[in-house]
Design a binder for this molecule. Structure first.
Ligand SMILES: Cc1ncc(COP(=O)(O)O)c(C=O)c1O
Length: 366
């Protein structure tokens, strides 16, 4: 059946027929060998996507990206830890909210949306404050479509022996994520972004030695207890609680598809689509929020002229079959909107999108 609605949004994303068909599996219990095989296969394949080795494991939790982030934050930090949070937008701020809720001692280095965290400033802080035991940051600050200096901060994490936690919810499968090269100890993701599956699975790639460090921590939650999840995974190849079996099947298909396409080729496709979209947007005389050198491969943040009513624009695009997102927080006041090209989007779909966008802007100018 021909598609009539397209998600040009930063997640959830469109999925391939192959992923959709994986939803139609036989009825299955989650503690039977057939499901265990799916889980183990998924863990093995995701390790490849993270470019990790067997010093790491991948843990899966039914929930969104926030569940994965909160599992790490609530489980890893004990009373003696002090976190250094680098934030330059909405999703960094959400990490701060979790640190607040779980009463974790912290220092926050805050930058404006779209401003690059300064590694020199981070190094200065690490030298001045030896209490800092962990650094936490987003890979892509999705609200600004900004790629953070993950490798540079990872070099510092290695040099000063700090635990490094990276929220790659909107990056894994779309950017150059490499937990080994970048000294990342915990790296999170969700099923429904660049990996190309449906919402429902929170993903955590964790260094085993860091999981072992949690043994003396007092659990703060029952459901998001990462150590319990790890032990269940190691002993029984199962999840602690009932997983959304169907979404695990879908993610398994999506990750296989990613590895078959090739991770480099997937990133190259995302780059080609972003290029077409950005060139088209520029041709319409519109400005990008982020300098191209810092921009992600899968989200484009565009500033509309102030005389365009953003809500009207987004609504009209929706009616014409294209979902795009208005900016978050104060970025919406800048008349910023976001175009995503994650998941099952290909070059040939970008030009019709741009034509519809141009037509819609003309309607709103009249
Ligand atoms: C970087 C980042 N972190 C966390 C989240 C939250 O993910 P979820 O809405 O799946 O909980 C998002 C969602 O877009 C994100 O982009």
């Amino acid at each position: 059946m021909a598609k009539t609605h397209f998600l040009f949004s930063p997640g959830p994303v469109m999925v391939s027929d192959n992923v959709r068909n994986a939803l139609l599996h036989d009825d299955i219990g989650h503690r039977v060998p057939e499901f265990t095989a799916v889980l183990q296969n998924l863990q093995r394949n995701l390790l490849k996507v993270y470019r990790a080795d067997d010093r790491y494991t991948v843990l899966l939790i039914t929930g969104s990206g926030t569940a994965a982030n909160e599992a790490v934050i609530s489980s890893y930090f004990g009373n003696t830890h002090h976190a250094l949070l680098l934030t330059n937008g909405e999703f960094g701020d959400r990490l701060q909210e979790m640190l607040d809720i779980h009463r974790i001692e912290k220092t926050v280095l805050r930058y404006e949306y779209g401003v690059r965290p300064d590694p020199a400033e981070v190094e200065e802080l690490l030298k001045k404050n030896p209490k800092i035991s962990a650094i936490i940051m987003t890979f892509q600050e999705s609200a600004a479509s900004f790629i953070n200096p993950v490798q540079e901060i990872g070099t510092l994490a290695g040099k000063y022996n700090k635990t490094y936690i990276v929220d790659a919810v909107s990056a894994l499968g779309g950017e150059d994520v490499d937990v080994l090269r970048d000294n990342i100890d915990f790296c999170t993701c969700s099923s429904n972004k660049c990996l190309g599956s449906l919402p429902g699975v929170g993903i955590i790639c964790a260094k085993r030695s860091k999981l072992e460090e949690m043994r003396n921590n007092r659990p703060k939650t029952a459901y998001l207890n990462l150590l319990r999840l790890y032990d269940m995974s190691e002993q029984y190849h199962q999840t602690t609680n009932t997983p959304s079996t169907t979404q695990f099947f879908a993610l398994d298909a999506a990750v296989k598809e990613l590895l078959d396409e090739g991770m480099e080729e997937r990133i190259a496709r995302y780059k080609r689509c972003a290029r077409i979209l950005r060139d088209g947007v520029k041709k319409m005389g519109l400005r990008m929020f982020i300098d191209e050198k810092d921009a992600s491969n899968t989200i484009t943040s565009v500033l509309l002229p102030e005389y365009i009513d953003m809500d009207d624009f987004v609504q009209r695009m929706e009616v014409k079959g294209y979902t795009v997102y208005p900016g978050k927080g104060h970025l919406k006041d800048l008349n910023l909107f976001q175009i995503g090209n994650m998941g099952n989007i290909f070059e040939e779909m970008c030009t019709p999108f741009l034509e519809t966008m141009s037509e819609t802007l003309h309607e709103l100018q009249d």
